[in-house]
Design a binder for this molecule. Structure first.
Ligand code: 13P
Ligand code: SF4
Length: 322
């Protein structure tokens, strides 16, 4: 029996919500996938947590499942729907967007590409389905370098939409990809001065930086990588302290997995704001997850024609990153 009917605003205790989520998952053959930037309580109730690449892989391989609830942002839900069109894909809050994806409208990207007709188009997965449909191969921060390196050194490439990730790939691979001028408002907010001060206060700490951050921050890193790559580094490193320069949701997994190590979240530029939290990611709450399983809504829908064009570069990415 539902603990709450639709429209009922009475708050429910966390333990009851978790119990109901578990019950609904079984009853509806649903699986909950969560990104590392989700709230801790959502990560704890998820069947699988991962970075963008792992979430796409789960979505393409899950069998015996009728519903996928993607606890992340909208483009992640779209990717899951494109890879599993026969499944119902839900997202707890339809407003969970992404400033980076929003920095690149498909119409504008199309016009931009007209200036580079002989270039291969490589896009970050943080894009709308319309941008994906204009792309030859997609990448995530977890496989971008590897995938770009599969192309000949003299191959002309346009990369969008993240200028920081693009610049990082150029620096590692020696390529000179043409970059779309987009960025993530969360990762661009970290303060270089505060990071330098933190390094001084914690001289033994290793610095973990996401490639969506600006170059000055990446230059101070011991490890640059996707959220999953940063977690792997913390696991393998002999160091006991780490300064973490990415969205603070990752702290939950780091502290849970490695209780004997100490993790320090790097602060943003503006001390009065908590921009190192992605407001979009945090829109999903346990209560919304429960309601979304109960009502099977909001549901991610993708236009089948555009989805067919977007499926090709996603599948190519999965193939190239095996
Ligand atoms: P990864 O999941 O590839 O680490 O990317 C982080 C991110 O910003 C997702 O929105
Ligand atoms: Fe988008 Fe940045 Fe939020 Fe990731 S952290 S979802 S890139 S706005």
């Amino acid at each position: 029996m539902n603990v709450k009917n639709k429209g009922d605003k009475t708050p429910i205790k966390k333990e009851e919500l978790i119990k109901e989520i578990e019950r609904l998952k079984k009853e509806k053959k649903a699986v909950v996938l969560a990104h590392y930037y989700q709230r801790p309580e959502i990560q704890d109730v998820a069947d699988h947590i991962g970075d963008s690449l792992a979430l796409a892989r789960y979505a393409s391989t899950l069998s015996d499942v009728e519903i996928i609830v993607l606890c992340g942002v909208h483009f992640m839900g779209e990717t899951a729907k494109i890879l599993s069109p026969e499944k119902k894909v839900l997202i707890p809050d339809m407003e969970a967007g992404c400033s980076l994806a929003d920095s690149c409208e498909a119409e504008d990207f199309k016009k931009f590409l007209e200036r580079y007709p002989d270039h291969t188009v490589i896009s970050y997965v943080n894009t709308s389905v319309g941008v994906k449909a204009l792309t030859d191969v997609l990448v995530t921060s977890g496989n971008a370098v590897r995938i770009v390196e599969t192309f000949p050194k003299d191959q002309k490439i346009v990369f969008g939409p993240d200028r920081n990730l693009g610049d990082y790939i150029n620096s590692i691979t020696g390529r000179n990809m043409v970059l779309w001028d987009g960025a993530c408002h969360v990762h661009e907010q970290f303060s270089i001065e505060k990071l330098i001060a933190l390094k001084k206060e914690n001289p033994g700490a290793k610095v973990l930086v996401h490639p969506e951050c600006k170059k000055v921050l990446r230059l101070l890193a011991d490890k640059v990588g996707s959220t999953a790559a940063l977690i792997d580094y913390a696991r393998e490193s002999e160091a006991g302290e780490f300064i973490v320069v990415t969205e603070s949701g990752i702290m939950h997994e780091l502290e849970k997995k490695f209780p004997d190590k100490r993790f320090i979240a790097a602060p943003p530029e503006d001390a009065g704001c908590s921009c190192n939290e992605c407001g979009y990611m945090k829109l999903n709450t346990l209560e919304k997850l429960y309601e979304c399983l109960r009502d099977e809504s909001p549901e991610i829908k993708v236009d089948e024609k555009v989805a067919a064009a977007a499926r090709r570069p996603i599948e190519r990415m999965l193939e190239l990153s095996k």
